[in-house]
Write a protein that binds this ligand. Structure first.
Ligand code: F6R
Length: 615
């Protein structure tokens, strides 16, 4: 939600900032803007719409080159996506420029105060008040970092701020509260960004900032302090992926690349977590085994696709550990006064590690004494920082707004957590764990095989481009897969898409079935739990009898579905609990191709942003 970049060094700040914004555009694409310090003053440009509009404006009216600058790509909250509301925002004298991610909740009263003191605010944003407040404080102390500390102490809400002042031309100052900001440290240069992708082409040496921190960047160093001026809370780390991971690598879209990366992402997430004897070694889960043995309830909190991973995790956790597991939308969690105590293990799943709803849910859980384990893809982000422990998914950077490889790796991580709980609590025998671990190790190859057979799925998707509705059905772990398939289609193809538990259909939604409406059905394995399989085969017959066009995802060798499938998508046989790892992949490909066929922007669907840092 909004991408921010700041730079100080000997390169052209405009070039560095624009290249950084390009990598962060997935965070918001309602407008974009830059400001650079040059010739003793500030120069800038901002434009509504995608970054390309700003690029064109800069070609028509180039800015002077300077080595200090900031930039922003916006997902609008306060004020529509217009040129005037685009960041950076300036004070009345045009000496301070500020960019912002988040929401300043007390902006209305700050704005009124400023107006009384004669400031003229020209935008509808909450951000503009910060530029004016910084200008006032700077005029008294002539120190931008100190001005930022003083201003931050007056702000309520969640924010990342990055600012420059024409009177301190070699300084960029940033601040963060509940919103992402990382520092990149180069040779004689330094960077600030919402995400390391913005500066990974220049340095892999990064600093994560704690809560309520102000950072001052100069060419020769970085200083971190708390909002109160006290010692800083910061941790240096090395980014373990390089610039190629943040590029499309020959694919038309990041989403296609990320779908194709899934076999590796799945294998990488297992790496180093299984010892040669086949037992799990999750040393990074710093919650002692004794505490895990005491756990009486598991609660999973997450949003969107990560929530669907949580729904699937519930089946594995309860089946393998016999510990009750609840799964809750993070945005609802703390408002219903959930029952939590020291014997509750909360699992917070988040690709970005910055989702505000999930962060607030985990804070609430910790306040109630529960232990929180994060399942996260982004090193050093806020959610793992604030959790008792973290199990990182090793998906690499996910740039496309629609989550794909992160989902599969979240599933793998959740299976590992469930098995680990079974191991430490003794509800699973060693050989049972080893058998599941072997099945998990085979999944990477199975996903590879699914990817090799996707051409008919793409063809089918293209043939449905003029449809208005697609329904998705599943049972057991196939139900969250159906929800995920529907979510992907909604966000990418802008179609009415809904996922249902197949058994629930006859309690109402079956009324939606009419002639030729496409219904995707995720069929569980006929082996083992064949009751489940038989029931869904009946459900397919029920909808087909009412005119539905059935698109059946079934495992290789399942012949029972053949007579009822208008289109049959085969996936390799897996144990039922692991089937989501293969059954989700065709649905990702389906949504991506349908979006393309409908002329939609695959990587940047309308109204969305990758990282949702407001509640
Ligand atoms: C859907 C999607 C979103 C995210 C959700 C949570 O494709 O990407 O639904 O899954 O916003 O994001 P994280 O995992 O970053 O907390």
């Amino acid at each position: 939600m909004c991408g921010i970049v700041g730079y100080v060094g000997s390169q052209s700040a405009l070039d560095v900032v624009m290249a950084g914004l390009k990598r962060l555009e997935y965070r918001g694409y309602d407008s974009a803007g830059v400001a650079v310090l040059a010739d003793g003053g500030l120069a800038g440009a901002k434009k509504a719409g995608k970054l390309v509009n700003l690029e064109k404006a800069l070609v028509e009216r180039p800015l002077l080159a300077g080595g200090t600058g900031i930039g922003h790509t916006r997902w609008a909250t306060h004020g529509g996506p217009t040129d005037g509301n685009a960041h950076p925002h300036l004070d009345n004298a045009g000496r301070v420029a500020v960019v912002h991610n988040g929401i300043i909740e007390n902006f209305a009263c700050l704005r009124a105060e400023l107006a009384e003191r004669g400031h003229e605010l020209v935008s509808e944003t909450d951000t503009e008040v910060v530029a004016h407040l910084l200008a006032e404080e700077f005029s008294a102390c002539a120190d931008l970092a100190e001005a930022m500390r003083l201003v931050c102490r007056r702000l309520e809400g969640a924010f990342t701020l990055v600012a420059v002042h024409a009177d301190e031309p070699d300084v960029v100052v940033g601040a963060r509260r509940n919103s992402p900001l990382v520092v990149g440290v180069g040779e004689g240069e330094a960077f600030l960004a919402s995400d390391v992708a913005a500066f990974i082409a220049h340095t892999r040496s990064a600093i994560e900032l704690g809560q309520d921190q102000v950072v001052e960047l100069r060419r020769d160093g970085v200083t971190v302090t708390g909002f109160d001026g006290g010692p800083g809370d910061a941790r240096s780390y090395h980014v373990d992926w390089d610039v190629s991971a943040a590029e499309k690598g020959g694919y038309d879209y990041f989403m296609l690349k990320e779908i194709a990366e899934q076999p590796k992402a799945v294998a990488d997430t297992l790496l180093g977590r299984i010892d040669p004897a086949g037992s799990l070694t999750l040393d990074e889960v710093r919650i002692p085994a004794a505490a895990l043995r005491e756990v009486e309830k598991v609660v999973v909190v997450a949003c969107g696709t990560a929530f669907h991973a949580g729904l699937i995790a519930k089946y594995a956790i309860e089946h393998w550990t016999r510990v009750p597991c609840e799964v809750e939308l993070a945005s609802e969690f703390r408002y219903r006064d959930p029952i939590l105590d020291a014997r509750t293990l909360v699992i917070a799943i988040s690709q970005s590690g910055e989702t505000m709803d999930t962060l607030m849910a985990l804070r609430h859980a910790r306040e109630q004494g529960a232990k929180v384990l994060a399942v996260c893809n982004t090193n050093g982000s806020t959610i793992p920082r604030e959790s008792d422990a973290v199990l990182y998914t090793h998906a690499g950077p996910e740039v496309a707004v629609a989550s794909t490889k992160a989902f599969l790796t979240q599933l793998v991580a959740c299976y590992l957590v469930a098995l680990y709980l079974g191991q430490v609590r003794g509800t699973k025998w060693g050989d049972e764990i080893r058998a599941v671990v072997r099945d998990l190790a085979d999944i990477s190859g199975a996903v590879e095989r699914v990817l090799e057979t996707m051409e008919p799925v793409r063809e089918l998707a293209r043939s449905l481009a003029d449809k208005n509705t697609v329904l998705f059905l599943g049972r057991h772990v196939g139900y969250p897969v159906a929800l995920e398939g529907a979510l992907k289609l909604k966000e990418l193809a802008y179609m009415h898409a809904e996922g249902f538990a197949a058994g629930e259909l006859k309690h109402g939604p079956i009324a939606l079935i009419e002639q030729d409406v496409p219904v995707v059905v995720v069929v569980p394995s006929p082996r083992g739990r064949s009751v489940l399989h038989d029931k869904i085969v009946s459900n397919i017959q029920e909808i087909r009898a009412r005119g539905a066009r059935t698109i059946v995802i079934a495992e290789e060798g399942d012949e029972a579905v053949v007579p009822y499938a208008d289109h049959l998508i085969r996936v390799p046989a897996t144990p039922t609990l692991l089937q989501p790892l293969v059954a989700t992949v065709p649905l990702q490909v389906f949504a991506c191709e349908l979006a393309t066929a409908r002329g939609n922007e695959v990587d940047q669907p309308r109204n969305l942003a990758k990282s949702v840092t407001v509640e």
